[in-house]
Write a protein that binds this ligand. Structure first.
Ligand SMILES: NC(=O)c1ccc[n+]([C@@H]2O[C@H](COP(=O)([O-])OP(=O)(O)OC[C@H]3O[C@@H](n4cnc5c(N)ncnc54)[C@H](OP(=O)(O)O)[C@@H]3O)[C@@H](O)[C@H]2O)c1
Length: 176
């Protein structure tokens, strides 16, 4: 079974973006050693991505060409009318059945890119297998949470951690 893995950066207080959706606090964070925080190695373990529609729009804004065109990309939406592009397919039907079907198919692991709403939906259905979080040493005070809009208790097990010289903490969690 392929694994569904979150790989995402969070603030010290658990936000993935400011309330207006900005990630400047993240992209502009000092990185004197020019580390990629394990991103290239992580990407190589995946061949499929999942995104919420808002995150998809941000990805389009952030880069001139779609950055994951070598992967199979699914964008989750509640709007049935969105048309697939060369890079993405839109999913608006039964989420748990669709995700189980993708996980059961042959292939590498699946990157759950975000954002908070989609993360929450997939956590609620108990479909997230692993999380790699990069905790930035920044407090935002308010913002878009890692898991948005759910009241749910779920425990994960820490399998690995790494502290970078610029005070970023990398945390690997597995489903218990
Ligand atoms: N820190 C990081 O590394 C990181 C990573 C990823 C994203 N982000 C940031 O996170 C923010 C976006 O997060 P978000 O929580 O606002 O939005 P999101 O989860 O990316 O997308 C929300 C949209 O996804 C669709 N959706 C959500 N739940 C669904 C469900 N249960 N079934 C079907 N479709 C569903 C809906 O699309 P429709 O409106 O089309 O129905 C909804 O409007 C952005 O600012 C982005 O830049 C940060």
């Amino acid at each position: 079974m392929r694994k569904l893995k979150v790989y995402i950066a969070i603030s010290l207080d658990g936000y993935i973006a400011t309330a207006n959706g900005s990630i400047d606090w993240l992209t502009g964070f000092p990185n004197p050693d020019n580390t990629d925080y394990g991103y290239a190695d992580f990407l190589a373990t995946t061949d499929t991505t999942f995104m919420g529609y808002t995150t998809y729009l941000d990805v389009l804004k952030l880069s001139e060409t779609f950055p994951y065109s070598d992967k199979t990309n699914y964008v989750f939406t509640r709007q049935p009318g969105r048309t697939a592009t060369a890079d993405v397919q839109f999913i608006h039907t039964d989420i748990p059945a669709f995700v189980q079907q993708v996980k059961a198919a042959a292939g590498k692991d699946i990157w759950l890119i975000g954002g908070g709403q989609l993360n929450a939906a997939l956590l609620q259905y108990d479909l997230i297998d692993e999380m790699i979080l990069h905790m930035m040493p920044v407090v935002l005070g308010t913002g878009i949470p890692l898991f948005s809009g759910i009241a749910l208790e779920k425990t994960f097990r820490l399998t690995h951690s790494r502290a970078y010289d610029n005070s970023v903490l990398e945390l690997h969690y597995q489903k218990v």
